[in-house]
Every structure is written in structure tokens, then in C-alpha cells.
Design a protein around this ligand. Structure first.
Ligand code: 4FV
Length: 275
């Protein structure tokens, strides 16, 4: 996969190219990555790439000419690549979008600065607008790095066997299960017994329950329109029973606590005849 980043701060990407999984992917020729300085396409003596906004107002706008020239130059060496503008206006990046981008031969990532890029660029030369979140960055560079990192690790073979992307959070659109490593006891807290049992069936079941409970507690929105398989339904039903048992086992506490008589009422198949 080919990444070409158009930016006025190309050196910001050096650490990304030189460390971790992205570096390994470059060394394994799984990806090629390069930057293009938009300033190089600005003819003026001071290579100024921004100008005042028509209609007045604060801030500056990135001029169309150098950005367009940089895009057209990049496209020459990456014909099949899609051109992406990083902007809060874009479709929100998520795991399924990242998985979609992996199938492309390459990405030309346009990093805006100032208030953004002249709108006529968006209309003519941009294939997709992508946002990494509903907040405003000082530039598109960090968003471009997020996309390069999230997409590169999904390229088959980039993540070694041990840490495959299959078990990612969001891969089954559940959050990942809890991870533990040595020591077995840390500050008095034990690693769950089942994880040291070697019983892979039980470990898989425990991990699924861990993913489900974490998703239920932290990201219920992910469960909303997500079909449940038989095993997941069994687990959720078990929780319901556990919760029912707790409800029925505990005397009601606090102001709402029912008096003796009403207390009795509560046990008739759980219907509360709350006043
Ligand atoms: C952004 C985002 C973002 C807006 C103006 C760059 C900045 C400046 N990009 N997701 N959120 N971009 O805030 O992707 O030009």
C-alpha cells in the first residue's frame, strides 16, 4: 500500500516512519510512505501557502494553487490512489472504514492547516473527506498519522501471527477482553484462574464474556444494532438471572424501602406494587 502525505510540515512524519509497526511495514515493503511539501508548489519568493479569507473574518485559508499542484503531482506517481482530505467535515473514521481503506492500492493524504483548504480543492480534487473526531486540530497531520497507523496494522502480515488484528476491539464490534501478563499476583490482585488453566475452550468463553461485559458497561451503543450469536445470548441470559437473584435476595434499602406488609408483596413474582 502506498501512502503519500501532502503537508507543509513533512518532518512531523519522521517519527512515524522510524518507529514501531509502521517502520516494520516499511522495512517489509508492505507499505511505501513519503511526504510532499506543499510549499514546494508555491511559486512566490516566500512560498506562502495561505491567504486572507474572502468575506473577512479571523484566520487564514490554504491557497488552492499549491495544494492542487501538489495533488496533481502526487497523482502522477499514484494513479490508483484515492485522495483524502483530513477535515472535521469528513465521515468519521472507525474500524470498518479502516478495513475498507486497506483494500485500496494507495492513499494521498492532504493535510490542511489554518482554517482549512480553499473549498474549490474539495470539489475538484478530493475523493473522500475523513474526520478522526468532532474536535478541531491545528492541522490535518495528526489525523493523517492516525489513518496511516490504523490502516497499516490491518494489512495482512504486518502484525505478526501473535498479535493479529482479528481479535481487535471493534473487529466483532465488541471491545477487546481484559489482558493480563506476569506477575500472576500484582499488588494483591490475581490473574483470573481460567487464564492459567490451559483450557482454551473455557478461556475463549471467559474472553467473550469479558468483551461483552466491557462493551455493555462502556459502549452499550456498540451492542444496540449488533446481532447476538447463541453463545452471547446464553451469557446475557446468565447475567439476567444473576441480576434477578440479586434483586430478590436483597431487602430493599433506603426511603423507598417497603414496610413489612409491602415487603411481602414484593416476592409475588417480582412485581412491585410500588405505591
Ligand atoms: C481534523 C479532524 C481537523 C481543521 C482545520 C486542520 C483541522 C485545519 N482533521 N479530523 N478533526 N483538521 O481538525 O481530521 O486545517
Amino acid at each position: 500500500m502506498k501512502f503519500i502525505v501532502l503537508t507543509i510540515f513533512p518532518d512531523m512524519f519522521n517519527p512515524l516512519w522510524e518507529y514501531g509497526i509502521v517502520k516494520r511495514a516499511i522495512d517489509q515493503n508492505k507499505i511505501s510512505a513519503s511526504t510532499v511539501n506543499i510549499r514546494d508548489f508555491e511559486k512566490g519568493r516566500h512560498r506562502v501557502t495561505d491567504d486572507r479569507p474572502y468575506g473577512g473574518g479571523s484566520g487564514m485559508v490554504m491557497k488552492p494553487e499549491p495544494v492542487a499542484a501538489a495533488i496533481r503531482s502526487a497523482k502522477k506517481s499514484a494513479l490508483a490512489s484515492k485522495t483524502i482530505l483530513l477535515t472535521p467535515q469528513g465521515r468519521r473514521l472507525d474500524h470498518s472504514m479502516a478495513r475498507g481503506l486497506v483494500s485500496l492500492p494507495g492513499l494521498i493524504l492532504v493535510c490542511g492547516r489554518y482554517e482549512g483548504v480553499d473549498e474549490r480543492i474539495c470539489q475538484e480534487l478530493i475523493d473522500y473527506e475523513i474526520s478522526i473526531g468532532d474536535y478541531v486540530l491545528t492541522g490535518g497531520e495528526l489525523a493523517a498519522m492516525v489513518i496511516i497507523d490504523a490502516v497499516t496494522r490491518l494489512i495482512p502480515g504486518v502484525l505478526g501471527g501473535a498479535d493479529s488484528a482479528e481479535k481487535d476491539s471493534f473487529s466483532g464490534s465488541l471491545l477487546e477482553y481484559a489482558h493480563y501478563t506476569r506477575p500472576q499476583t500484582y499488588e494483591g490482585t490475581e490473574v483470573p484462574e481460567v487464564l492459567m488453566s490451559g483450557n482454551h475452550k473455557e478461556i475463549e468463553k471467559w474472553r467473550l464474556e469479558s468483551s461483552l461485559i466491557r462493551t455493555f458497561l462502556k459502549r452499550q451503543d456498540l451492542l444496540q444494532n449488533r446481532p447476538l450469536d447463541r453463545q452471547e445470548i446464553e451469557i446475557l441470559k446468565k447475567w439476567c438471572l444473576d441480576i434477578e437473584r440479586i434483586i430478590h435476595a436483597q431487602p430493599l434499602r433506603g426511603a423507598g424501602a417497603l414496610s413489612g406488609g409491602q415487603q411481602a408483596g414484593r416476592h409475588n413474582n417480582g412485581r412491585h406494587n410500588e405505591p
